[in-house]
Design a binder for this molecule. Structure first.
Ligand SMILES: Nc1nc2c(ncn2[C@@H]2O[C@H](COP(=O)(O)OP(=O)(O)OP(=O)(O)O)[C@@H](O)[C@H]2O)c(=O)[nH]1
Ligand SMILES: [Mg+2]
Length: 492
């Protein structure tokens, strides 16, 4: 898959298209990880190639229609091993394909740091331009966020559109966001990203009116028509951003009410978190038949899904599927994650899903733990789960064990380990703390069901006037039963 040692010795290395496909090879084999919904829907939203990138439409976030077709990836690796750098590039390849592109090639350069003006060194930029031309690529994607000036200089040199990892992630999010709030958040993030880059995509070729192509000769002070237009776009973007912010403020109360409601009912909550594509939705489907979309692409899930489940002894709890994490998540998107992260910070137990078959599970684990720490959720009990165990051999298992001795090996596909996860969840979710002795009239069957769901029934017997029940309940639902109590409650 990787090019020969020669090319590596010459300062860069190549890997070609098949990589990302190889990464994603298992989706076609008919593997079934739950009800697979919406795939057709999602595919219908695929980008239409060849849409104009004129700035006219900028207020509708022009680069939502980025024409990503045949792309070449570039990356500078500064420290770490070549393997780390390649993993990062493979992930970029998977991201690009998720966004709808075909990856033609990947070029990496070893440098102490990226060139401040052109990212790659000058000589390598020329080589890149030649590769772009030879392969007929229409876009170059850099593995790290480019400064606006770097992007411009690179575009001028390679003569095709240049974007970065952040733009690709934003693009995927905009394709996948479904809820009104999610869409608004992503559009806002896109506009924030776009503002300092307002030269417009691809204008090194044709954009600015007045023939200022390339711009080297036209001095900074000469305000051509193109620049006037950009001023106008800036103002429109500002207006649009203000409107989106206002919308989001208006949507917040609804979300908070929902959360407060869940808190009030004090149903214990379990959040499923993990790196993107680890199998979080598959696990939720396996546990609850939730029917959440499962797809071998990155960021299949963008809206948190909440499902109910019960422990073996009948206690109700909620399970929340969350947005996956990825390294170098654009900071503009942290806001978009906030509602998900709030759910994580509020939960009673975290199930941390790691793709055990991934080449570098340790760094996935670390990335996700960082985020868990950032949202103040470090103290929440965590169950680490190595998923896709159907793909993990004995040697790898040993390594993973070393990494995380108390982790559970699970396969959402085969069902291995699921029972163990459920048992661990049942142990960790808070148990009802108040013991009540009750006499409940026969016509109040609803109270008995409430006890089943929100408490734990220790014993029942049938008396003349009703059911005698001893049960453990949460303090907050205790008042509901006040009139049926026969003995003083004992706090455990
Ligand atoms: N072999 C194998 N594949 C699995 C297993 N669990 C999930 N997958 C596959 O992994 C891919 C990702 O699964 P999802 O459940 O969508 O992963 P996710 O963590 O929800 O991903 P995002 O929502 O994109 O962050 C899909 O192609 C699944 O079919 C498993 O136990 N074994
Ligand atoms: Mg998912």
């Amino acid at each position: 898959m990787l090019a020969s040692a020669d090319s590596r010795a010459s300062g860069y290395s190549l890997f070609t298209s098949g990589t990302a496909q190889a990464l994603q090879a298992d989706s076609a084999d008919g593997g079934f990880d739950g009800e697979q919904l919406e795939r057709a829907d999602r595919n219908a939203l695929r980008r239409v190639p060849g849409l104009s990138t004129e700035l006219e439409d900028v207020t509708e976030v022009e680069y939502r229609q980025l024409r990503l077709e045949n792309v070449i990836l570039i990356g500078v690796y500064t420290q770490g091993t070549i393997t780390d750098a390649e993993n990062s590039m493979r992930e970029l390849a998977a991201l690009a394909e998720t966004a709808g592109a075909t990856v033609l090639d990947g070029l990496m350069q070893r440098r102490a740091k990226p060139d401040p003006s052109t990212y790659f060194g000058k000589g390598k930029v020329q080589e890149l331009a030649a590769v772009v031309q030879a392969m007929g690529a229409d876009t170059v994607i850099a593995d790290t966020e480019l400064a606006p000036s770097q992007r411009r200089a690179l575009e001028d040199a390679v003569k095709v559109k240049v974007i970065d990892r952040t733009a690709v992630i934003l693009d995927i999010f905009s394709q996948h966001a479904k809820s009104r709030e999610g869409k608004a958040q992503v559009e806002l993030a896109q506009l924030q990203y776009l503002m300092p880059r307002l030269r417009g995509w691809g204008d090194s070729m044709s954009r600015q009116a007045g023939g200022q192509v390339g711009g080297t000769g036209a001095g900074m002070g000469s305000r051509g028509p193109g620049e006037t237009k950009i001023e106008l776009d800036r103002r429109r973007i500002h207006t649009r951003m203000a409107k989106l912010r206002k919308q989001m403020v208006e949507m917040k109360p609804a979300r908070e009410a929902k959360r407060a409601n869940r808190k009030r009912n004090a149903v214990p909550s379990v959040a499923i978190v993990g790196y993107t594509n680890a199998g979080k939705s598959s696990l939720l489907n396996r546990i609850t038949n939730a029917g959440v979309l499962v797809e071998n692409s990155l960021f299949a899930t963008l809206d948190a899904t909440v499902r109910k489940s019960t422990t073996a002894d009948g206690r109700l709890y909620t399970l929340t599927d969350t947005v996956g994490f990825v390294r170098n998540l654009p900071h503009q998107l942290v806001e978009a994650f906030r509602s998900t992260l709030e759910e994580v910070a509020d939960s009673d137990v975290i199930v941390h899903v790691v793709d055990g078959s991934h080449p570098d599970p340790a760094s996935q684990l670390a990335t996700v733990r960082d985020v868990i720490g950032e949202v103040g959720a470090r103290e929440i009990p965590e169950i680490v789960v190595f998923n896709k165990s159907d793909l993990i051999g004995d040697d790898e298992r040993l390594l993973l064990r070393g990494l995380e001795p108390s982790a559970i090996f699970v396969s959402a596909r085969s069902g291995e380990g699921i029972d163990e996860v459920l048992t661990r969840i049942a142990e960790l979710i808070p148990s009802p703390q108040v013991e009540l002795d009750l006499l409940i009239p026969y016509e109040r069957g609803d109270l008995i069901s409430a006890l089943h769901q929100h408490g734990r029934i220790l014993s029942t017997s049938y008396a003349e006037t009703g059911t005698e029940v001893t049960a453990m309940v949460n303090p907050d639902i205790e008042p509901q039963f006040a009139e049926f109590r026969v003995v003083r409650a004992v706090t455990a």
